[in-house]
Design a protein around this ligand. Structure first.
Ligand code: ZN
Length: 167
């Protein structure tokens, strides 16, 4: 057996194997955070789409009733699944757990306190991220909200740097 053939048969050296393992490690270190980022971005997208679907259900309700917004915690939208099958989930990845709870301006039974309105005061308020403003009185402080407004009660930033309560 000549020298070149002997080298071909001998397989990988330890150094070569170590280099391959190192390269696989580098690729994984690059790919895994990107993958986690994609999952978070899809959750963000679904929360924004869910926000839009509840808002459009509210508009349809408003049209049906000729100018009246729901006066409850949106239970009348989901009654008999007339306007919405159910209140969808709000997910603000890496800050809050998914929840479909709705906080309202005056609805004490929902655990939210009358008159609070600054979005920073609502952030993850007793596990609720959705906020529905069902009263004529505007919030005492913070962003001016009106009856019928529905928003995400979180002042954290999304992956593009926009505050959740601004959507
Ligand atoms: Zn938040």
């Amino acid at each position: 057996m000549n020298h070149a053939r002997k080298k071909l048969m001998s397989g990988f050296t330890l150094i070569e194997l170590m280099i391959v393992v190192a390269i696989i490690g580098i690729l994984a270190a690059v790919a895994i955070p990107k993958f986690a980022d994609l999952i978070n971005k899809s959750r963000e997208g679904s929360t924004k789409a869910n926000l839009a679907s509840v808002r459009s259900a509210l508009r349809i309700y408003y049209g049906d009733t000729e100018g009246i917004y729901p006066g409850d915690n949106l239970a009348c939208l989901t009654a008999n699944a007339k306007y919405l099958g159910e209140i969808p989930a709000a997910r603000v990845p890496s800050y809050h757990a998914a929840t479909s709870k709705v906080c309202t301006g005056m609805y004490a039974a929902g655990g939210c306190v009358t008159g609070l309105g600054a979005p920073s005061m609502w952030d993850d308020h007793l596990g609720a991220l959705w906020i529905y403003w069902e009263t004529d009185t505007p919030p005492m402080m913070g962003t001016l909200r009106q009856k019928g407004d529905f928003w995400i009660g979180c002042t954290h930033l999304d992956s593009k740097g926009a505050g959740w309560s601004t959507f």
